[in-house]
Design a protein around this ligand. Sequence first.
Ligand code: GAL
Length: 676
Amino acid sequence: MKLDEIPEFLHGGDYNPDQWLDRPDILEDDIRLMKQAGVNCVSVGIFAWSALEPQEGVFRFEWLDRLMDSMYENGIHVILATPSAARPPWMAKKYPEVMRTDANRVRQLYGGRENHCESSKIWREKVRIIDEELSRRYARHPALVMWHLSNEFYGHCYCETCAANFRKWLRHRYGTIENLNRKYWSAFWSHGYSDFDEIEPPAPNGERQLHALTLDYDRFWNDLLNDFVEMEKAAVLKYGPDVPVTTNMHNMNCGVDYYKQAKHLDRISWDSYPRWHCQADKSTEWENAVGAGFTFDYARSLKHAPFYLMESAPSVPSQFEFCKLKRPGMHMLSSLQAIAHGADSVQYFQWRKSRGAVEKFHGAVVSHDGSGDTRVFRDVSEVGQKLKELSWLKGRPEISEAAVIYDYENLQALLQQVGLRRDKSFFEKLPRAHYEALLKNFVNVDVIGAEDDLSRYKLVAAPALYLFRPDTAQRIRSFVEQGGTFVMTCYSGLADENDLAFAGTLSRPEFAPHGLNDVFGLRVKEIDGLCDDEYREIEYRGKLYKALVCCELTEPAAGAGSETSGTAGAAPARCLAVYRQDFYSGTCAAAEHDFGKGRAYYMACHAEADFLRDFYSDALDAAGVKRLTESRGVGDVILRERDGVLFAMNFSTQPRTVRIGGRDVTLPGYGYEIVG
Ligand code: GAL
């Protein structure tokens, strides 16, 4: 059956029968238990290379043949993985260059997983061969519904072959060394290159401070990875071109630019492991839910289409600092959250617990007892039942009128630039803080890249959009001109795509946000960094809030640059919030400005969560963004609408009451309601 023809959500998970090849009785148990738990899909073969090719060129497919057939006979779909995330020992012994070289230029010894070199010709060749063998045998097997490439791609290799490929990539990008020197600002600290061959990729004991180089190495590696993805894709599609291809994404800052990678995949899949109930890192249940929602909305927005929750923990993952059981109700709630945010599946890592090695105590649907007589198994079965009831929602879209920009390259640039503060983790959390404020205002939200089409939204938020590509300013300008509401925050529009600061001259001075002073009606003159325990009071609509981390000093800019926009003589920004402390007391901390048919807001500081919530409440109303309830200020509850169906989810242990469809609905602790 084709993936899109399956009339229900996928429910199941990673299944590793290759660990039980001598136990056919276990396979029989598994099928019986899968049926009981309402499982209709398994992901198979993810780490099965040594079971498939125990010696070079010697293939063993009998076990997988039997498995595919018996899954099909039992009505269970298969997502078949390529085994390229881990390799058999014979390969590393014979071809050591398949192993990754780390940034210190030390090649890894055999072991672990996801640690190969994407440049290695022999690695690519071995992967192509096994992938084509899988395709030859299973591309037309009726159990197969999707290909799963590798597992959680991440990290970079720094070997000599990668370095040589990088130099080729640079020649292609810059043409001449003079051009590269200009774009790299390499005169700084005497770094002017005379030849591409002198360029060494970044290293802890070498080059770390030439920011354009670091950004480029990351771009190069992502291009290399996507080329590898294309190679694997061609291999699996060789004997059956109409099976969709995915890979499981997992961490928004793991070295993979998912926005780019998404273009090479047919479907988006996401692995989600919130630390439910764990206060060790001081995160609350609500923060966990916001974090999970943020990644789900990101995954969905990559293709503006439903995504697959490929892995989640049915009980407790074993790798956390403290391994807390999922409390009663949480498994259903967290699974429904994925569906509410646009998932078409609830898949687990893992179906059955391994007996050995590092993940033997990682939660699974079937534990070491093998019985199915467990609370986890019953929770999973209930989710299976609930997903069946909601089947008609599968494939249905989710529409958002508001979006937050999370841009991978922008984040890399923010994390490497030296200024404002040494600890940059703030920038990683920032888009999520704005997302949270929007969620608290009960609207659907997308999480998009800076290059995404903005015109589909009424309101777009761009927290610290530091890096402007050549067309960024123009895209924001047209969006506002045509009626959109754009919210930009401090530390935006400071550097170009090579992380060179924008600079002006006497006749054409340059102030942030670059190229947009007339759109925002202001310009940034100075930036004050606050210490961790410092704040400055700001006043917004008669209430005091705390500005944290970053306070910019701005001045109004009436009609600056207005000749090009046709809004000559436009008034400067209206000040909405005012600093009430320090030498900049009385100046503007947040402003609004009408431009064209739209409105541009500028938040000159980063402010506490209550400010963000109240600020967005007003901005959303002014922009006419649809709210999912008339209730205001109800904490711990996420509301989402998917194709007209409203999901109300309470992430607190205490009941919460919210108005839905004109009536008050009380959600019990960890409770939910689905309306529509
Ligand atoms: C995932 C990975 C799985 C398993 C799981 C444990 O990131 O893809 O193979 O290791 O973590 O939580």
